[in-house]
Design a protein around this ligand. Structure first.
Ligand code: S3P
Length: 447
């Protein structure tokens, strides 16, 4: 079986590129995935904030977490890229340096929203900017609660650039008891990062238990948090200390290969070192619902995060699924690829309560529908989801990724079972989360 090792440095190509994806006969082999994007952002930010030098292996190779690292360097942290992709980050013991220029978050909503929380309690003002896609994404969701904590945040028409005034232009932060109106782990983490530096306690209540990497990372760096059934609480004024950690493989990247394997009855794919945090593993339940056979071959815990080896075996009958409510929020990053394989299922996939997909790196509901239609499928589009009937053979087509990494990768997977070749326009966007994606896809597909 081919073995693929993660690469170290991110080198997203700035030029738009088109990838040709030909149909495959099977999916076979084993892969070890690069580090989880969500965990890499959080470890990168907290390492820069903590006292001491943090050593991280398997840090995400995606461009987004490297946007975070570049911002942390501008804020005075020392970031050293070492042999084999390891990274050493020497933190600022709670006090960042005032940056000399705006902090460029690139395409990364996680960087902009979570970093705003860390910066709201710092003694200087700074501005966070992003690319055209990020500059369209809603930022009021962090401005409102941070303002309630005493921060002063200026947005531009609800979007980036975001200016965080810090304690000089704003004031010292005070703790907040907050119910998030939108299920968002980025907002929750932003508030916990601000709460860490506030006076008193900050408690965030959420109606859906979103990914808890922020909570686990804060604990790993030495903070104390308490959890209620649907809430998390942090006392302000806690110090963080450096950490040695390996970042688990990214389940949202694994999703593309798990869905690719689901398309072939004879598929047999093993994924090593995958992050299996229950708040990220809902896809496994949906794949089982679809009839896919999954085996967890090994499971361990690292700094509160579950990490495992996963085997996926294909099925003769790919059934169908209904995804709504909390499931949609927990699967938010996996919905594009699930929708893209839905025509190959027997009963189709129905997605609702996923309005957030419209404000991701692209309008993912519109682009998924557009690209499925280009491949010959019938799709019904709703404000908050899609109905993709099953039993529809697809043909190769020209796919518009809209510069969105998850759209590019989702349709590369759909292309594996199509009749004829598919061209993915804007394929370079995969590098935002997963630069190795197309190489890995080649390694595990039999043609
Ligand atoms: C993320 C949370 C999700 C997800 C994003 C990463 C995180 O966004 O879509 O890719 O790391 O917290 P929201 O918080 O907007 O739901």
């Amino acid at each position: 079986m081919p073995q693929a090792k993660p690469h170290a440095a991110p080198t997203p190509s700035p030029a738009a590129s088109t990838r040709l994806v030909s149909p495959a006969r099977n999916v076979l082999g084993s892969l070890r995935l690069p580090g989880d994007k969500s965990i890499s952002h959080r470890y990168g930010m907290l390492a820069a904030f903590a006292e001491g030098t943090t050593h991280l292996s398997n840090f995400s190779s995606g461009a987004d977490p490297h946007s975070t690292l570049a911002c942390m360097e501008q804020l005075g942290a020392r970031v050293e890229h070492q042999e084999g992709g390891a990274i050493a980050i020497t933190g600022r013991a709670g006090v960042f340096k005032e940056p000399q220029a705006a902090l460029d978050c690139g395409n990364s909503g996680s960087t902009m929203r979570m970093l705003a929380g860390l910066l709201a309690a710092q003694p200087f003002a700074c501005t966070l900017v992003g690319d055209a896609s990020l500059s369209r994404r809603p930022m009021e969701r962090i401005r409102a609660p941070l303002t309630a904590m005493g921060a002063r945040i200026d947005l531009t028409d609800g979007h980036a650039p975001v200016t965080v005034h810090g304690t000089l232009g704003g004031g010292p932060l005070r703790g907040l008891d907050y119910q998030t109106p939108i299920a968002s782990a980025q907002v929750k983490t932003c508030l916990l990062f601000a709460g860490l530096q506030a006076s008193g306690a900050t408690e965030v209540h959420e109606s859906v238990h979103t990914r808890d990497h922020g909570e686990l990372a804060l604990r790993a760096f030495g903070a104390e948090l308490s959890r209620g059934k649907n809430s998390v609480r942090i006392e302000g004024g806690q110090k963080l200390r450096a950490l040695d950690a390996a970042v688990p493989g990214d389940m949202s990247s694994a999703a593309f290969f798990l869905c690719a394997a689901a398309l072939f009855p004879e598929a047999n794919l093993v994924l090593d070192g995958v992050g299996m945090n229950p708040t990220r593993a809902t896809l496994l339940d949906v794949l089982r619902m679809l009839g896919v056979r999954l085996n967890v071959l090994q499971l361990s815990e690292q700094h509160g995060e579950l990490v495992g080896t996963l085997q996926v075996l294909g099925t003769q009958n790919l059934l169908g699924a209904e995804i709504s409510g909390a499931l949609s929020a927990q699967l938010i990053d996996e919905l594009p690829v699930l929708a893209a394989i839905a025509p190959y299922t027997q009963k189709g996939i129905r997605i609702r309560d996923a309005r957030e997909l419209r404000v991701k790196e692209s309008d993912r509901i519109a682009l998924v529908a557009q690209n499925l239609r280009a491949m010959g499928a019938t799709v019904d589009e709703f404000e908050d989801g899609l109905d993709v009937p099953g039993g529809q053979p697809l043909h190769g087509a020209v796919i518009d990724s809209g510069g969105d990494h998850r759209i590019a990768m989702a349709f590369a997977v759909a292309a594996l079972r199509a009749h004829g070749d598919t061209q993915i326009h804007g394929a370079e966007s995969a590098a935002i989360s997963f630069p190795e994606f197309f190489d890995f896809l080649d390694r595990i597909t039999e043609r």
